[in-house]
Every structure is written in structure tokens, then in C-alpha cells.
Design a protein around this ligand. Structure first.
Ligand SMILES: Nc1nc2c(ncn2[C@@H]2O[C@H](COP(=O)(O)OP(=O)(O)OP(=O)(O)O)[C@@H](O)[C@H]2O)c(=O)[nH]1
Ligand SMILES: [Mg+2]
Length: 378
């Protein structure tokens, strides 16, 4: 099918006894050129029996959007202009909070998402879905030709990164449907970045996610807001979701990686200090200083990456507590390093590595468990 034909599809009427009232939320930033066609296609749905309200949440585009909506004077369209908040995800949340119907659909303004798919969304929600995605990657779904390799790879990589949170094939989609009660049940919504769908699936604890195949059209009007910052925000978003959904693993894995990095730091310190101060420092002193500096390294990184919730806590107290907790495995480490290094009368990097590896293996679970509860208590 040609792309122009795929863009417009026939419209299904509401099913007998099924939902017919839908709130459509559209976040916009500088989309005045796309809005007339979007409104016309939504109006076609209304003519087929759908009771639609359109909520446009615009971030003060000043591109004529206000004038356009004013001139149409449609009572089924509401325009909310935000002058203080900014960003796609918070705009969607503003729109969801304003919706008056129980059936909620979120879509882009640029007609990448075909409004004619809304009836399929409603059917899926009536059929017990918690959440509906307009999907490019299920059978019947497609993407308009002309996507560059880079954009395609970008989309695929982002989808793979979302795997721990949902099995959906296209969780990156911004074409979403959900019940009002699902949205109201969300806890801790933290709308950073662009992927409000993923945030809602996770935080609304959606179990049944249904994907409706759509043909994703390339925008015809206006400019993309997909920037490098959006990509960076996505990485931060994934990190935050991981910390929310899997707090233990999100703490322990960085802790273990930092622990492993500490082994390298320790060996390097032994080599450098041992080499520089061989004549003025005893082997024991070199080991003690290396251990203390390594602890500071681990502390600084762990506080940021493994115990992120305690970053605002008292630094000095936390450092003392951390050193105290680490002391037991460190004593083991110290004793092993010293035993291995005794033949050379000076700590060698190899002895350091062996000592630290054994000490770390013994101590990592102990350190993490105890630090988590007593030093960086939530
Ligand atoms: N309110 C508001 N809407 C936004 C903001 N950024 C993007 N949008 C809207 O969100 C929707 C998706 O943005 P797009 O620029 O189409 O992003 P995309 O679909 O990933 O990329 P392209 O289709 O290539 O442009 C559009 O309706 C935008 O107008 C924002 O900061 N605030
Ligand atoms: Mg778009």
C-alpha cells in the first residue's frame, strides 16, 4: 500500500454497548501546521458516532495555535497553554489530569499516529487491556519508508533497553491508550524525558499490554523535537525506572562494579606508592595508605551510584560508617596482601590484586548489606 493511502484509513463506528466516549490528549510544541489535519480526521471519527474530546496541551508555542483553536470554536476541543512547565511527558500528564472521560488516548500532533486507529484502542481497552500501544513492530504495523539507518537503530536499541520493564514490542511509541482508573492508580510518576508510555506501563503496574498495529507516518509538517538531549534523558529515565522497579539489583550491581574498580585502583596505588616511597615507607604503611585511599574511591562512587538515595546525607558520618563497615574485609585483605608480599619486603601489585580480590569476594555482600541498612539508610 502506498504511504499516502496508509495515512488515511476507514473509520469504525462504536460497537453496540461498548465505550464511545474518549478523551484524546495531544501534547504540542510548534505544531500549528499539523493541527488542522489532525482535527479534521478526529472530527471524522465524531461523525461516525464517537464522542471525542480533544485536549491539546501546548507549551506556549506562540505559533498561532491559540488563534487557530479560537477561530475554530469547537466545543469538543480544549486548549491548555502552559507557560511555566515544559516538556512532553509533563504535558501528557497535565492532559490526562484534565480528561473527563474514562477512556484515554494520547497521541502526537504530527499525524505520525493515525487517528483512525482510536476505535481499535477502545476495543482493546473494552476487552480488558490495561494499556494499549499503537505499535510499529507487531504484524500489520509498519513504518514509513525513508527512515534512516540511524533512526532505525536508535529505535531498536531504545526498545531493547526497555526489555526489563515490558515485553511490548514497541514501548517507545507515543500513541497510547489506558483507562482513567489505571492512570489514577499510578504511583511515583516521575515524568522525565520523552517516553511517558514506558513510565506509565511501569508505574501504573500494567499487566495486560495490548499492541494495536499502526502505520507510523513521517511527519509532513513542522520540525522534530527529537534531539540528543532527548536520547540522554532516555538513559536517565531507564536508570530511574530500574531503581524504582528493581531497587536491590540497581544498588548491588553498581556496588559490585565499583568494588571491582577498587581492586584496580588499589593495585595501582600499591605500585605507585611502593615505587615512589620504597625507601621512606614501610610495606605496612604503603598497604594501609593504599587501602584508605581505595576506600575513599569506593565511597565516593558508591554514594553516587549504589546508594543514590543517600546523596544528601551527612558526608563525614557516612564516610566514617563506610570505613568502619569495610574494616572487617579490609583486615582480611591486609593480612593476605602482607602474606603474599612478605617475600619481596614490599607490596607488589600482584600481591595487591590477589589480596584485594579475596578480600572483596568475602566482603562484598557483607559490605553492601550492612552499608545499605546502617550507613546509607533510606
Ligand atoms: N507540550 C509539549 N509537547 C511536546 C514537547 N516536545 C514535543 N512535543 C510534542 O510531542 C509530540 C512528539 O514530538 P515529535 O517532535 O513528533 O517527536 P518524534 O515523533 O519522536 O519525532 P518526529 O516525528 O521525527 O518529529 C508532538 O506532538 C510534539 O509537538 C514539549 O516540550 N512540550
Ligand atoms: Mg512525531
Amino acid at each position: 500500500m502506498a504511504d499516502a493511502q496508509k495515512d488515511r484509513m476507514t473509520v469504525d463506528s462504536p460497537a453496540e454497548g461498548g465505550t464511545r466516549s474518549v478523551s484524546v490528549i495531544v501534547p504540542t510544541y510548534e505544531e500549528v501546521k499539523s493541527l488542522p489535519a489532525l482535527i479534521e480526521r478526529l472530527d471524522e471519527l465524531r461523525r461516525c458516532g464517537w464522542d471525542l474530546e480533544l485536549i491539546i496541551v501546548d507549551d506556549d508555542s506562540r505559533d498561532g495555535t491559540v488563534e487557530l483553536i479560537g477561530s475554530l470554536s469547537h466545543d469538543w476541543i480544549r486548549l491548555i497553554v502552559r507557560t511555566e512547565d515544559r516538556g512532553l511527558s509533563t504535558a501528557v500528564m497535565t492532559g490526562l489530569a484534565e480528561a473527563t472521560h474514562e477512556c484515554l488516548v494520547v497521541m502526537d500532533a504530527d499525524l505520525s499516529h493515525p487517528p483512525e486507529s482510536i476505535p481499535a484502542f477502545v476495543r482493546a481497552l473494552d476487552d480488558d487491556a490495561d494499556f494499549v500501544i499503537g505499535s510499529r513492530y507487531v504484524p500489520g504495523g509498519s513504518t514509513e519508508d525513508g527512515w534512516g539507518v540511524l533512526r532505525w537503530v536508535n529505535s531498536k536499541v531504545a526498545t531493547v533497553m526497555a526489555r526489563p520493564f515490558t515485553k511490548a514490542k514497541d514501548p517507545m511509541s507515543g500513541f497510547l491508550g489506558l483507562h482513567g482508573k489505571t492512570w489514577r492508580a499510578a504511583s511515583d510518576l516521575d515524568p522525565v524525558g520523552y517516553k511517558i508510555g514506558l513510565e506509565l506501563i511501569v508505574k501504573c503496574r500494567c499487566r495486560k499490554v495490548t499492541e494495536v498495529p499502526i502505520h507510523f507516518s513521517t511527519r509532513r509538517q513542522g520540525e522534530s523535537k527529537l534531539t540528543l538531549k532527548v536520547q540522554r534523558d532516555y538513559l536517565l529515565h531507564i536508570l530511574r525506572l530500574a531503581r524504582w522497579k528493581y531497587p536491590e539489583r540497581s544498588s548491588f550491581i553498581p556496588f559490585a562494579i565499583v568494588g571491582a574498580s577498587g581492586i584496580g585502583i588499589y593495585a595501582a596505588l600499591l605500585a605507585i606508592l611502593g615505587g615512589l616511597f620504597a625507601n621512606v615507607m614501610s610495606m605496612d604503611l604503603v598497604i594501609v595508605i593504599s587501602i584508605l585511599l581505595t576506600m575513599c574511591w569506593n565511597f565516593a562512587l558508591d554514594r553516587k551510584l549504589a546508594f543514590w538515595w543517600a546523596r544528601e546525607g551527612q558526608l563525614g558520618l557516612q564516610l566514617l560508617g563506610f570505613i568502619a563497615v569495610c574494616a572487617i574485609p579490609v583486615l582480611v585483605n591486609f593480612w593476605i596482601t602482607r602474606t603474599f608480599a612478605a617475600q619481596d619486603q614490599m607490596a607488589t601489585p600482584l600481591a595487591g590484586v590477589i589480596g584485594a580480590a579475596i578480600g572483596s569476594a568475602l566482603g562484598i555482600l557483607f559490605n553492601w548489606g550492612v552499608s545499605r541498612f546502617f550507613v546509607f539508610n533510606r
